[in-house]
Design a binder for this molecule. Structure first.
Ligand code: ADP
Length: 384
């Protein structure tokens, strides 16, 4: 934000976000006194309020130490437009060193009792993970969500890949504004899915350097402070690898299970094994493995096994995990992702819709089995 220049050193601004008129800043300014922090926050607020069209209801400036822990919070006073405001009292931050994205409520009590998953109204939570980036984890998460929604399920999609949120592009959220009502984030309703992504809350051009407690806080907020309503499924697109977010998720929520996405190559398999083991260590049942970019269908209609089709299936067998299906590399999937139109992946026939439908069916089947195993569903026997 240009309005911050002159008030804080540019390299000291770690995070600047505006939501529903509330500006949140995270700053690293070693050596400053609290009086200096308050004075700079007040001036920054005045500068932002002075921008054309700006409606600043509040500004929350968190000052962190070099370990990322919040050492001081400044909230320049409530009056905004017209005239200087005075610094308000510092607010304590939560134990995890994170204070909320501005404008959002901090407790969940208005939403009734927690469900079995830990999110009120949400029946099942499925995480989609991968050992490393670029294997198509987000693509699989989006298509799984859209595929389930097309079958009549109420589906939410949480883009928890906070290091590189891709949902704004993949779901075509470009021009849409993030709304907040009653202190709760309102998910975007697109392609039959309720979606939320940090990509719509922070500057997309800025690299996000999250430290553990910040990542934990951001995940918690996106999960708990989104107005999900009643959902049959919440699909969570995790960051690649085996990091903080998965741990936070496993601590906060009771997951139905996880889907591991892998490409066929040996190197990708090794990473996927680590991801599967991580879920098992976190007591998250692994619903199975999806092999993405499994094969390529040429214009001649022939299938080419570019990366060694079947590699992920063998890996799944080795780990005694269900295999959920092979999704081919297709130009259509890449184009539809770039254009924000995943619904089109399910239309027009051909190997891609067939593969995606198969994957959705297999996930539904594994979810039912997981529910049977967990004792949350009884088997039914139909006698004709
Ligand atoms: P990840 O979440 O693992 O980093 P993405 O889902 O963002 O991976 O996919 C990376 C890129 O590869 C995107 O441009 C996406 O459109 C493309 N892609 C993923 N899977 C396929 C596929 N099966 N066919 C064609 N392109 C794909």
């Amino acid at each position: 934000m240009k309005a911050l220049a002159g008030h804080f050193p540019a390299e000291g601004v770690q995070w600047a976000a505006e939501l529903d008129g509330v500006v949140s800043l995270r700053l690293f300014v070693p050596g400053w006194s609290t009086a200096q922090m308050d004075a700079a926050a007040t001036k920054a607020r005045q500068a932002i309020a002075g921008l054309p069209g700006a409606q600043v209801k509040a500004l929350i400036a968190e000052f962190v130490d070099d370990g990322g822990s919040v050492v001081y919070t400044s909230r320049p006073g409530a009056s905004v437009q017209g005239g200087p405001s005075t610094p308000g009292p510092a607010t304590p931050s939560s134990a995890d060193g994170h204070t909320p994205i501005g404008g959002l409520t901090t407790n969940n009590s208005a939403r009734g009792d927690a469900s079995a998953t830990g999110i009120p109204g949400v029946a099942k939570v499925i995480a989609v993970g991968a050992g490393k980036g670029g294997v198509g984890k987000s693509s699989i998460a989006v298509n799984l969500a859209v595929g389930l929604a097309r079958r009549g399920h109420a589906v939410g999609l949480l883009d928890a890949d906070i290091y590189g949120p891709s949902m704004p592009t993949m779901l075509g959220l470009g021009a849409m504004e993030q709304n907040v009502h009653g202190g709760m984030l309102q998910p975007f309703y697109v392609h039959g899915v309720k979606a939320i992504t940090l990509g719509k809350l922070v500057d997309p051009e800025k690299p996000l350097i999250w430290r553990g407690p910040m990542a934990h806080g951001a995940f918690k907020q996106l999960t708990e402070q989104t107005d999900w309503g009643n959902l049959d499924y919440l699909i969570i697109d995790l960051p690649p690898g085996t990091g903080d977010i998965a741990l936070t998720m496993a601590q906060m929520l009771k997951l139905t299970g996880a889907v591991v996405v892998c490409t066929p190559q040996k190197v990708a398999q090794d990473d996927a094994v680590r991801a599967a083991r991580m879920f098992q260590q976190l007591n998250v049942p692994v619903l199975g493995v999806v092999e993405n970019m499994s094969f390529f269908v040429g214009d001649d209609g022939k299938e080419y096994d570019l990366f060694g089709r079947g590699g992920a299936e063998v890996m799944a067998q080795r780990l005694n995990l269900p295999f959920l299906g092979s999704v081919p590399i297709t130009m259509a999937l890449r184009v539809n992702s770039d254009e924000g139109n995943p619904s089109r992946n399910f239309e027009g026939g051909g190997s891609l819709p067939i593969a995606l439908e198969k994957m959705v069916t297999n996930v539904e089947g594994q979810v039912s089995l997981a529910a049977l195993r967990a004792g949350t569903m009884r088997p039914t026997l139909k006698v004709k």
